[in-house]
Design a binder for this molecule. Structure first.
Ligand code: AMP
Ligand code: GLY
Length: 426
């Protein structure tokens, strides 16, 4: 089977690494892919992940059997519909189903319609009304741009002053462009966050596993929200009893609800959860694709073959497919450019990649790198590398990941030192 992965980040690198090991994969291609992915996939740098015409032409020319869509933007723009209409098997939801991520107000109203547990909320189309609301609330809240903002359009606020500042940036200055024309203001939930994944073909479900991301830029969950500074799996807080509740109270109602509303969800549903102190899981957000960097740890833990699962979901044949088995534990530490998630410099030469990967239980996934004219890897993005290690326990994986990080350096490299701290028994 010939598989084409769309995207170029650490998530896509991890998917390519896993799919390339499949006995069913005769070729793995990536568009655009990256220099760092070239080891696992044949890359087509001229084909942007969101350019449906170019992707379709490539898939036809290379006789691709399955397209796996990595990032959310092409899904929200409808690339899966386009490719499916042309007769291709696609792992990734339709434009209509991708609204679960593409519009936070859609997702919140959908959850309300289907009694899926989530934070209380209100939706606003004007800055004045939103401002008046947060002033009236008077306490903590969360302000979110309605549309896509690469995980950065959310401000967790202690009170009205913070919230008004965030509203000003999102709606007034339009820091995230048109994504900020509408905002959602939410009740601020307290607890531990878990990312949970399940694959669906629109009707049947195969549960995957949970992971914990670290969204804030700095140690101790301080600083701004980022795309994710590291992840680990399994998460201590995510017990089998909580997983069962998440499936029954959230995943099944969501998949059934989308089907009932005429937008069956075909792909991976990423449920961003808050586990409250009493063990109650509530939805913080839905995403319609694999998480980054959660995928890096899930791919290291996944036993057996990923390809038949994705293919069965893409073809509507998931019924009766067994849930996969998971190996011990894995930890991923993101190495980012100094300044991220705000402005940062690129083009910094990266040293120590080969040394870091000398440990066979370590994989360095490339998130934002390129080769320079001399053939050296240099930084080319905010998140640069995802140093990922597996082990029998989270503690072992964590030790390996940080030992590998110590081998790698580039100017102004930024990382958190406490990834997986909550996953390690004291
Ligand atoms: P989102 O893009 O909706 O996942 O939000 C990004 C991050 O903001 C989440 O991972 C949480 O850390 C935080 N967040 C979002 N919504 C809430 C909420 N209602 N209560 C507390 N934290 C939240
Ligand atoms: N790690 C969070 C995300 O992929 O959105």
């Amino acid at each position: 089977m010939r598989v084409l992965i769309l995207g170029s980040g650490g998530r896509e690198h991890a998917l390519a690494w896993k799919l390339a090991q499949s006995p069913h994969a005769t070729r793995v291609l990536a568009a655009p892919g990256s220099d760092g992915m070239a080891r696992e996939a044949q890359c087509f740098p001229a084909v942007a992940a969101g350019d449906a015409d170019a992707v379709l032409a490539l898939a036809r020319r290379e006789q691709v059997d399955l397209v796996v869509v990595g990032p959310e933007d092409p899904l929200v723009a409808g690339i899966a519909d386009r490719l499916r209409d042309a007769g291709l098997a696609v792992f990734g939801p339709s434009r209509a189903a991708a609204q679960l991520e593409g519009s936070k107000s859609f997702a919140k109203e959908f959850m309300q319609r289907h009694a899926i547990p989530t934070a209380a909320f209100a939706v606003f189309d004007t800055l004045e009304a939103a401002r008046a609301y947060v002033r009236k609330l008077g306490g903590p809240c969360v302000v979110k741009a309605d549309g896509l903002a690469a995980g950065k359009g959310v401000a967790v606020c202690d009170g009205p002053a913070d919230a008004e500042r965030a509203l000003g940036e999102i709606m007034g200055e339009r820091r995230f462009g048109a994504a900020g024309a509408r905002v959602v203001v939410e009740e601020r939930l307290v607890g531990q966050e878990v990312s949970y994944y399940a694959i669906s073909d629109g009707h049947s479900i195969v549960p995957l596993a949970g992971a914990q991301d670290h969204k804030r830029a700095l140690d101790g969950d301080r600083g701004e929200n980022t795309g994710g500074m590291g992840a680990y799996s399994p998460a201590l807080v995510f017990t089998p009893a909580i997983e069962k509740r998440v499936l029954e109270e959230i995943v099944y109602p969501a998949i059934r609800g989308m089907d009932a509303e005429g937008a069956p969800f075909r792909g991976v549903l990423f449920v961003g959860l808050m586990i409250e102190a009493n063990g109650t899981p509530k939805v913080v957000e839905f995403n319609v694709r694999f998480g980054d960097p959660e995928t890096q740890v899930l791919m290291l833990r996944l036993e057996g073959d990923l390809l038949p699962l994705l293919d069965a979901a893409a073809r509507g044949r998931l019924e009766g497919v067994a849930a996969p088995e998971w190996h011990g534990a894995a930890v991923c530490v993101a190495l980012a450019s100094g300044g991220y998630p705000r402005a940062y410099a690129t083009g910094k030469v990266i040293a120590g990649l080969a040394e870091a990967e000398r440990d066979p239980d370590v994989l360095v996934f490339h998130a934002g790198t390129r080769r320079d004219d001399a053939g050296r890897f240099v930084s080319a993005g905010g998140r640069v590398l995802g140093v990922t290690a597996r082990g029998a326990t989270v503690a072992e994986a964590q030790r390996r990941a940080y030992a590998a990080c110590a081998q790698i350096s580039f100017e102004a490299m930024q990382l958190r030192r406490d990834i997986a701290a909550r996953g390690v028994l004291a």
